[in-house]
Write a protein that binds this ligand. Structure first.
Ligand code: HAM
Length: 402
């Protein structure tokens, strides 16, 4: 037997209903916030992710599904959605056109990680990106939009925020941090490597010993320039004014290299170690890195499989019809009626004549509101027998009134 690959899974009924519910809920809310749908290819040039997510990140360094295709192109399955959306934005010349544009997307992402609960090699994200809006109110709006999505889905969360500074305040902070790291002995191998490639990522190390060594590390929030500091204060005051609880985590650096200023993560305490349900932030230099006209950007993505563990589905009501034949002669009429009725409602049917009892059982299994049957009597007088499975009322009505 051939099974799905390790770390990859099927989304199949009944859990696929939860998947659809998440996509539909988030789509509706994103549209209310002025985001329009974008779909980008799953396969992209490897260079796109090297230049955006960053070569020093684990995602690009260790986790890419990368290969040479038949045309000798170095390509990979996308590990995240932002880079492709930025590429599309530049390719469409929206950077040159100016103005503000907002996009949302959903689909599969691929990271060759060690699979565990909540961590897959193929997983799905719902994400959104705003281009051309430098105002920190957009960062706040995106966080408020996520809060609304989680509230509508019945998901509890905690929110962590941080500022990663900008080209004015980050470089001097980085120098200060590297000086501290140079004087610190006993860091793990990963941290020693990151010290050279992307020292900020050292702050994110999960190793307990490194964490204790880093407790005295300089903090970027204490070293922000005036502009970043003001933006962070405005962000906090907006969240306060909307009653959104958050904690400030000065060590929140995110696993992708493209962030500046606002960084945030939504965490759930109910799904185990892989607790991040959404993350995002500002990336004002990414469009420029990918050779577009400098354009500010901010966005987020959430992990749909992790949300599926948490979603409270709205109560379902009985919907649609089940139409069954009680004798072989009625099969044709039932078939035609089912096709016709599907232009207005959900219709289940069977291509075989069965007893009334069996049809009623099937109708209940499909959780429909009405069970409709046609037998010899109904064929003769041009009627259908119909039972409302909620009120239990049953009657025969003329075919043309059905
Ligand atoms: P990320 O934090 O790498 O950000 O991923 C976002 C979310 O995807 C995570 O919070 C998590 O819920 C889910 N996720 C990540 N890896 C896995 C995995 N292996 N298995 C299951 N779920 C996973 C980004 O991808 C950025 N592109 C977000 C962004 C958009 N920033 C700005 N705009």
């Amino acid at each position: 037997m051939i099974n799905a690959l390790r770390g990859m899974k099927d989304t199949i009924s009944p859990t696929s209903e939860i998947y659809l519910h998440i996509i539909e809920t988030c789509t509706k809310i994103a549209q209310n916030y002025g985001f329009s749908f974008i779909e980008t290819p799953i396969l992209e040039e490897t260079a796109l992710f090297k230049r955006s997510v960053g070569e020093s990140s684990d995602i690009v360094g260790k986790e890419m599904y990368q290969f040479i295709d038949k045309g000798e192109n170095d390509v990979c399955l996308r590990p995240e959605g932002t880079a492709g959306v930025v590429r599309a934005f530049i390719q469409q010349k929206y950077d040159k056109a100016g103005g503000v544009r907002r996009f949302f997307y959903h689909g599969p992402m691929f990271r060759y990680e060690r699979p565990q609960k909540g961590r897959l090699r193929q997983f799905h994200q719902f994400g959104a990106e705003t281009f051309g809006e430098a105002n920190v109110r957009e960062d706040a709006t995106i966080i408020l939009m996520l809060c609304e999505m989680f509230k509508t889905l019945g998901i509890g969360f905690t929110l962590e925020i941080n500022s990663l500074g900008c080209p004015t305040c980050m470089p001097p902070y980085r120098t200060q941090l590297v000086r501290f790291l140079d004087q610190t002995e006993g860091l793990c191998e990963d941290c020693e490597r990151r010290k050279l490639t992307n020292p900020i990522r050292v702050l994110d190390c999960k190793n307990e010993h490194c964490r204790s060594l880093l407790s005295k590390a300089p903090i970027l929030l204490d070293n922000l320039c005036q502009e970043c500091s003001t933006d962070f204060t405005v962000l906090k005051s907006i969240l306060d004014s909307f009653g959104i609880a958050y904690s400030i985590n000065p060590k929140l650096v995110r696993g992708l290299d493209y962030y500046s200023k606002t960084a945030f993560e939504f965490v759930s305490s109910e799904i185990g170690a892989q607790s991040a349900i959404a993350g995002g932030g500002r990336y004002d230099r990414l469009v420029e890195f990918l050779e577009g006209k400098p354009t500010p950007g901010v966005g987020f993505a959430m992990g749909i499989e992790r949300l599926m563990e948490l979603v409270k589905m709205p109560e379902t009501t009985r919907q649609g019809y089940y139409i069954g034949a009680l004798c072989d002669e009625a099969l044709e009429r039932v078939y035609r009626l089912s096709i016709a009725k599907r232009s207005e409602a959900i219709v289940h049917t069977l291509y075989e004549a069965k007893s009334l009892k069996t049809h009623l059982k099937n109708a209940d299994k499909n959780y429909v509101k009405f069970c409709v049957c046609i037998g010899e009597d109904e064929l003769l007088d041009g009627t259908v027998w119909i039972k409302d499975l909620e009120s239990k009322e049953e009657k025969r009505i003329k075919l043309e009134n059905f």
